[in-house]
Design a protein around this ligand. Sequence first.
Ligand code: SF4
Length: 970
Amino acid sequence: MREQRGTREALAALEECAGHMAVLFLADLEVGTHPVEFLKEYRKLIERAGQYLPALWESCYRNRTGTLLDQYTLRVIETYRESGIEWESREGNEPQDYFGIECLHLTFLLFLLEETREQALEGNILHFLEQHLEWFAEQLREELGKRYPYFAGEIQRLLEKIWEGKKALKEPAKRGTSWCISRQQLPEALCRFYSKHPELRELGVSAIPAKETVRVKKRGGGCWNNCGSSCLREVTAVDGCILKAESARTEEPQEERLTTCIRGMHGAHTFLTADRLRYPLLRVGKRGSGEFRRISWEEAIAWIQKENRRIKETYGPWSRYVAYSTGVVSEVRPDAVIRRFLSLDGGYLDFYNDYSAACISYITELMYGTRKTGNSIEDVVNANLILVWGHNPLETGFGPMMRKMLVKAKKKGIRIVVIDPRCSDTAAYAGEWVPIRPGTDGAMAAAMAYVILSEKRQNTEFLHRCCMGFDRETMPEAYREQETFEDYILGVRDGTPKTPDWAEQITGVPAAKTIELARAYAEAKPAAILQGCGPQRQENGEQTARMIAALSCLCGYIGISGGRCGAEDAVVQYPHAAFPRGENPYPGRIPCYLWTKAVCEGIRMRPVEDGLLGVDQLQSNIKMIWCLAGDTLLNQHGDINATKQILEDESMCECIICSDLFMTPGAMYADLVLPGASCFETENLTRAWQEGDFLLYNQKYVEPLFESRYEYDWIRDLAVHEGLEEAFSEGHETAEAWCRTLYEELRNREVSSGEKPFAEMLSYEELRQQGIARYPKRDPVIAFREQIEDPKQHPFPTYSGKIELFSPYIYHLYEEKTIAPIPKYHPWGKASEVSEAGTDRFPLVGWHTKVRTHSCHDNNRVLQSKEPQAVWMHPEDAKRLGVGEGGRIRLENRYGKTEAAVKLTERITSGVLAMSQGAWYCPDEEGVDRKGSINVLTTLQPTPLAKGNPQHTIWAEVKKAENPEPRNPE
Ligand code: SF4
């Protein structure tokens, strides 16, 4: 080593500077120790108390996807190992390519060089600088740029010291040589290192002897997403870094394999990313300001305990509410776990309904007396015609068999027709797309009914035997004077026969097409309607869903193979291994879409008007919200701007606790934000929504990142503090321990005679190893076969024992003021109006894109590049508006404003716009969302009967946007 003074000074200066950088990026800095402006930067950057933050890990700049713990992280670890060490966090799992750790590594190497004068060590240092830290520092300095001037300046200082240090090293270093500290030398060397740099002792990261490489390949459940499917994924991890995630190749025939979709394949780019929350964060600024400070888990639990007690004692246990959330739909799911705790702690206000299918679920039960109305999906290939109505399983998922069966049906030559405002991937695959204006599906179904009735193609025998309210003959005595379904369709009372010409004016579907489709449907014998959730997630959702389902009744396609009831179609063939939520002592329940109303004026909510169940009146407004693994707190709820105002007012809901992987738009409005663990970091059991004859075991591939904890773990801590642990855990220390118990309980369940026992399923250990256990196969279900074959012995589970086209319940509930007791087309607001030429006002349809599951995956850069957020616009409309491909437009209405790029396509009908839902809300200083978050345009007003969400009912004005596309604003 050269002994010139300048050389040693340069290296000493670099050592000091790298040590300083390690402190800056690794120490828990206290208020008062630094200027306020610096602390603001520190909180955002280091504590990750904000949204859209620059990454601090080398892998993210190498892979450009922001992904942690990948092959690039592994390369850094391997470089450390060349010197005989690696770095381990005392708490949490910090990836070793974190900037602070790389600086610490450099400090240590320079210290060793100074101590040992080992010339070969210069090779290690040069290699590390050139291959890693220097390049990384340059990237990071660019990224921090003007928004983090203090940190950017410090990195520039480090770079200058690196450049000087490299000059000092370059000449004598022999490339290719390296030096390795031995296990025996390390403890003593560390002692001396920390004596020289005492400020580095408490950083929470320590050098340990390099470990042997550990390579694991495991097969298990894919993402925990609420897509309905559940897939089998195989992951290869080396030393805690994920190198490969792919569909598991099993021995099963292709049509039974649970292959992953692109979301599952790129799951690591969603869940193991730089935008993960690192620590518990307590709000220090106003709600929504994004100002938080890092606290420890002990402080977080103490804070929750204090707030939970205060709210319970001041307002009663019923003032506590668990938000609807589906970020984790495995068996031990966070919202179920907190419910169990609250049930033991005095109870809470619960909800019913969901954000997906409130209207169709409601009307299915009303018409058929049960929601279990589906034929098994395998049976769809026995239909002679399949109408896929507002449904898009090829993109969304919707059960593991749905896509496969549509493919099988198509191969078999069965005609598949997709009715949708947008030519979805499902429509494109089917090869027959009927474009329709949003919210007008009821009119098209009514017109099809008109064709069937006027041409006497209906199954009158079935209608008279099984249905109530079709015609006068099937009308109960007490309602003889009321309008029948037939009256309405033929226009007997209102003077408007629901002809295809009448419908064309509303739907935009040519009358000839409606006639052809109605005839084909009636002639198919049988035909199956697969009704999706799209048509009913509208302000006229109940009536739309009923009208579509009524077509199945008209032709008598119920209770037979190849037919379907046309409504919700649920099939429950195999039981859950569900986590026990406990008995909630409080009986009150609200519709989930009305939680904002329950925050503002819960005590004024009423049973009929607001759908309040279990009690006549609430005793308190909602004062505390637990939102775990979901964002119906803001992003996925209606009218984001109004919801924000409600959340901002701390006098209304006094305490909001969020647990999530990221600082989501909703988490920004929480008082306490807790870092959760992802599907790569925790074990669980997962099954498909329905139609899945399997259970999946979710494997743990890596340790929870940073200080993340799965919700079960910290809720159990809370139970310990409240003296409820015994009842809460029943001896289960972890979620995994529950999985074992739940699975064993499932295997021991009794079955009906003639059915194979569940004990035939794999043992728990085999399940853990193989990742999947199949249930003993059961015969496919044909719903209502008995009711149709022998209605006297097997009445439908409705009040009348028949399918209720006329609903006495609705008649008495509303007396026709709000919604008719028979299916009718009901226009939404002004949605039935055609976009007039010259106006820039459009109905806007939201859809579920293949690159997200609701709001999940919006942070995934790989997926977003495959289908960037955009407004779909027909070229004719674009020409009239003067916008081109990629041009940015602003969509606005009375609820808010959002901007997004335009995608010109003939896959959307003219006069209609479409934009996928789920993009994360990202407002600028003027409150304009800049990333196409659709819920700034939706309403808080629920649907009239089910009190469901009408989030597909949107009118928006279109203007050209003046702002360029945003680049990670904060
Ligand atoms: S999103 Fe659904 S279909 Fe896609 S990989 Fe995950 S579980 Fe499978």
